[in-house]
Design a protein around this ligand. Structure first.
Ligand code: AMP
Length: 428
């Protein structure tokens, strides 16, 4: 018996119309980010393991238990990227782009890999679309990034999203708020699970990401990162909030937002969609002013975001369809050559897909296939009035015509062969 292969757990195949929604989101990203002067960067899916340990952070869930890490044939430890910022920063340093011109604006789209428990909207291979801005330390950086993000989400048809913002301050203030949080929670942590106890001792701020009701309860009234900001970070945060208000970017303060990666400094933000059931985040981002330096580059402030493309596509309003569909039905094999020629002519004039029934199995079976395509296309939201069949058989050949059928009404008319292209120009 032959082996049946299955996609690896947590990965999936994308077919139309879903694959097209991904392509549309990426096209919108290219258009909108491009209009802000961001250029596309593509970095390898494979990086050295140490890059992620040093950037994402050894105590984070990602590094601790979610990375696909393995040794190559020479014994080097490699990891399938769990996120793209570390790779982009590595590439920027390695290629000398930190020398300018600044600011440097880059965006990316591509697969990321995390060994997580697969569940609705969560995969082991998933896609992110993101952008990184290097060399802008002032709150103007936040404003550009968040304005661009909202333009992008608007282009995809989202209307009433708001972004949650917070500040985690500098590495020193993060540390101070972590210590205070540990002290506060120590006596309240008896009902925490093993993993959350580990976080409490290693990196207590991580507990703000927990969904466990015991942890959430214990966190009520706890110290927050905002209580520990240094003066500069506080001023920066106030200015970000003021500028976002001026720019009419819908935001709300979320003092318990810290985000699951270690490299953030000052501003962090997240957009959550209520349409996604468990209040899952569509995207997250923040400022990471120390990361370039800590990965071996010069001091260079930076800010960016990563959008979960799978969740984005799931939550995005469905675009209204534009394309139409035309099926050319040769009656028998002797009509195929004419059908292929006509299809090429029509593809120039017809805005949607022009398909030839290559099996040339007679009008009856051909139309059965046509009706199936019609049902599928209507289900996808295509305009039913713009779905046609063109019939080519002995009768049509004799009269130098074709028969055009509208699938919505079943109405059929003869059109002279020489006028078919023009006939569709006004109707499709
Ligand atoms: P992060 O890189 O953890 O800040 O995640 C940024 C965004 O990527 C999240 O808001 C999610 O939308 C998305 N994301 C993260 N992990 C997954 C996953 N396992 N499956 C699908 N989307 C994910």
């Amino acid at each position: 018996m032959s082996q049946r292969y299955r996609a690896v757990k947590g990965t999936r195949d994308l077919f139309p119309p879903e694959s097209e929604r991904f392509a549309n989101a990426e096209a919108a990203a290219r258009r909108v980010f491009g209009s802000y002067g961001y250029g596309e960067v593509r970095t390898p899916c494979l990086e050295s393991t140490e890059l992620f340990e040093r950037s994402v952070g050894e105590t984070t869930d990602i590094v601790h238990k979610e990375m696909y890490t393995f040794k190559d044939r020479k014994g080097r430890s490699l990891t399938l990227r769990p996120e793209n910022t570390a790779g982009v920063v590595r590439a920027v340093i390695e290629n000398g782009l930190t020398a300018g011109p600044l600011p440097l604006r880059l965006w990316y789209a591509g697969p990321q890999f995390r060994y997580e428990r697969p569940q609705a909207g969560r995969y082991r291979e998933f896609r992110q679309i993101g952008a990184e801005l290097f060399g802008a330390a002032s709150p103007a950086g936040e404003v550009e990034i968040l304005t661009m993000l909202f333009d992008f989400l608007g282009a995809l048809g989202f209307k009433s999203l708001s972004v949650a913002v917070n500040s985690v301050g500098t590495a020193a203030s993060r540390e101070a708020s972590g210590k205070a949080l540990r002290a506060y929670l120590e006596s309240r942590s008896s009902s925490f699970g093993e993993d959350d106890r580990r976080k409490l001792s290693e990196n207590p701020l991580r507990l703000f990401d927990s969904r466990d009701p015991a942890v959430r309860g214990a966190l009520e009234g706890s110290p927050r990162t905002l209580d520990f900001l240094d003066d500069d970070s506080r001023q920066h945060h106030e200015e970000v909030r003021r500028l976002l208000t001026r720019a009419s970017i819908p935001f709300r303060d979320e003092p318990s937002l810290v985000r699951g990666l270690d490299y953030y400094t000052r501003t962090v933000f997240e957009v959550v969609s209520a349409d996604l059931g468990a209040q899952d985040a569509i995207l997250g981002g923040g400022r990471y002013d120390n990361l370039v330096e800590s990965l071996g580059g010069p001091p260079l402030p930076a800010i960016g975001f990563a959008i979960g493309e799978d969740r984005l596509v799931q939550a995005a309003p469905r675009p209204s369809p534009a394309a139409s569909l035309l099926l050319i039905l040769p009656q028998g094999p002797e009509d195929l050559e004419e059908a292929l020629g006509l299809a090429r002519e029509l593809r120039v004039a017809f805005p949607g897909a022009v398909e030839v029934d290559l099996l040339a199995r007679g009008f009856k079976k051909g139309m059965a296939r046509g009706n199936t395509l019609f049902e599928e296309a209507s289900a996808r939201g295509l305009d039913r009035e713009k779905i046609f069949a063109v019939l080519l058989g002995a009768r049509e050949r004799g009269a130098e015509t074709v028969s055009v059928k509208r699938l919505a009404s079943g109405e059929q008319e003869m059109v002279p062969r020489g006028e078919v292209v023009r006939w569709f120009e006004g109707r499709a």
